[in-house]
Design a protein around this ligand. Structure first.
Ligand SMILES: C[S@@+](CC[C@H](N)C(=O)[O-])C[C@H]1O[C@@H](n2cnc3c(N)ncnc32)[C@H](O)[C@@H]1O
Length: 340
C-alpha cells in the first residue's frame, strides 16, 4: 500500500502507521506535491487521520528499466497483479462490476524523457486494454494513481480513500483559514496519548478540537477572540467546551490542561493584535501557565523566535511542513517544571 501526506508530515504519518498492528513501513518519499509513505498493511491504514489518501498498490517500476511512458505503463499495469489489488479495492470501496468508470492521475518529478500527461495517456490505454468495458470519467469510481515518489522510482495504485472522509475537510461549518484535518491530527498526536484536558487557545472553526476528541482527549477546551469562530467551532466540535476569550489572558487556572495545541493566527488569513513578537510572548506565557508540568504545547507557526519562548517550555522537536505551498513549522514543546 502507499499513502499521500502533507509535505513534511511523512515522518509523523509513518510513525502513526507503524503503530498499527500488522503494519510495516518500508519508506517515505515525495512526488512533487505530496509526501508518500510506502507500507504493508490493511484497512486500518485508512484510519490514522494523518494521511490524505491511501492506495492499494498495483505495481512499481524504475525509470532505469526503460524510461519511456508506454513501457512504464506496461510494466506497472500487469493484469495478474492488478487482479489482486482490485480484490482489495472491491472489499473496501465497492463491489467490482465489468463496467466501472475510471481515471488516471500521474505525478512525476521531472519531464525530460516524457511529459506527465503522456504517462497519464499511456496508463489510461494500458487500463483500457486490460478492462475494455471500463469507461473514462471524472470524477470516477476507480482512481488509478501513478507517482514518482523518489527520483526514478514509480508506484501505481488504486485509491481506497474517498472524498467524504474526514481528512478531506468534511467539516459541517467551513471557515476561511481552517487547518487541514490531517495536520490537526498530527499536532494532537504530538501532544502525546490522551491525558485529560486539551486546550486550543485560537481554535478558529475547531479542527484541532474535533481531532482531539476523535483521538480520545476529554475534556477539550476551545477559545477564540472571534465570536464567529466560536460559533463554527461549536458546530464542528459539539463535544468541546468553547468560549470567546483572548489567548493573551486565558480564563483557566494554572496547570488546568495536560496539553495545548494551536494553529496560531499568522499568514495571509489572520493578523495578530499589535506586534507579533509581543503577541506571541504573551500567548506562550499563558500556555506555559495553564499547561501542567509534564504536559505538552504544540504550535503551528512559521516562526517562534527563541527569546519569546518562556523558560518552562523546552523545544522537543520541530517539523517543517508546507501548507498551500507556504513553508511553516509544527513546534513541539515539553512543559517543564520550572527551576526555582
Ligand atoms: C489560523 S486561525 C485557526 C484556524 C483553526 N485551526 C481552524 O481549523 O479553523 C487562528 C485563529 O486565531 C484567532 N485569534 C486571533 N487572535 C486571537 C487572540 N488574541 N486570542 C484568541 N484567538 C485569537 C483568530 O480569530 C483565528 O480564528
Amino acid at each position: 500500500m502507499f499513502a499521500t501526506a502533507v509535505p513534511g508530515l511523512a515522518p509523523l504519518a509513518a510513525r502513526a502507521l507503524a503503530e498499527l498492528p500488522g503494519t510495516a513501513v518500508h519508506g517515505t518519499g515525495f512526488d512533487g506535491r505530496s509526501d508518500i509513505v510506502v507500507f504493508d498493511g490493511d484497512r486500518g491504514a485508512l484510519g490514522t487521520g494523518l494521511t490524505e489518501d491511501v492506495f492499494v498498490e498495483v505495481g512499481r517500476t524504475l525509470r532505469a528499466d526503460g524510461d519511456n511512458a508506454a513501457r512504464i505503463a506496461r510494466r506497472i499495469w500487469r493484469p495478474e497483479r492488478v487482479e489482486k489489488a482490485l480484490s482489495v479495492w472491491a472489499a473496501l470501496v465497492r463491489p467490482l462490476s465489468a463496467a466501472l468508470t475510471f481515471r488516471v492521475v500521474a505525478r512525476v518529478l521531472q519531464e525530460r524523457s516524457f511529459v506527465r500527461t503522456e504517462l497519464r495517456r499511456q496508463l489510461t490505454e494500458a487500463v483500457h486494454r486490460d478492462r475494455p468495458r471500463w469507461r473514462f470519467a471524472d470524477p470516477a469510481q476507480v482512481e488509478v494513481w501513478i507517482v514518482e515518489y523518489a527520483p526514478g522510482r514509480l508506484l501505481a495504485g488504486l485509491r481506497l480513500s474517498d472524498a467524504t472522509m474526514r481528512q478531506h475537510d468534511g467539516r459541517p461549518v467551513e471557515r476561511n483559514g481552517a487547518l487541514r484535518p490531517t495536520v490537526a491530527a498530527a499536532m494532537v498526536r504530538l501532544a502525546g496519548p490522551p491525558a485529560g484536558a486539551l486546550l486550543d487557545p485560537c481554535c478558529g472553526s475547531g479542527t484541532i478540537l474535533a481531532e482531539a476528541r476523535a483521538l480520545g482527549w476529554t475534556p477539550v477546551h476551545g477559545r477564540d477572540i472571534d465570536p464567529g469562530a466560536v460559533a463554527a467551532a461549536r458546530a464542528n466540535a459539539p463535544d468541546a467546551e468553547v468560549q470567546v476569550a483572548d489567548a493573551r489572558k486565558l480564563d483557566l487556572p494554572d496547570g488546568a490542561v495536560a496539553a495545548a495545541v494551536a494553529n496560531l493566527p499568522f499568514g495571509r488569513q489572520y493578523a495578530v493584535q499589535g506586534s507579533p513578537e509581543v503577541w506571541l510572548r504573551a500567548v506562550l506565557g499563558e500556555l506555559a501557565r495553564v499547561t501542567r508540568p509534564g504536559g505538552r504545547v504544540v504550535l503551528l507557526a512559521p516562526q517562534v523566535p527563541r527569546p519569546v519562548v518562556p523558560h518552562p517550555l523546552r523545544l522537543r522537536e520541530r517539523y517543517p511542513i508546507r501548507l498551500l505551498g507556504l513553508k511553516t513549522t509544527i513546534w513541539e514543546y515539553d512543559r517543564f517544571v520550572q527551576d526555582r
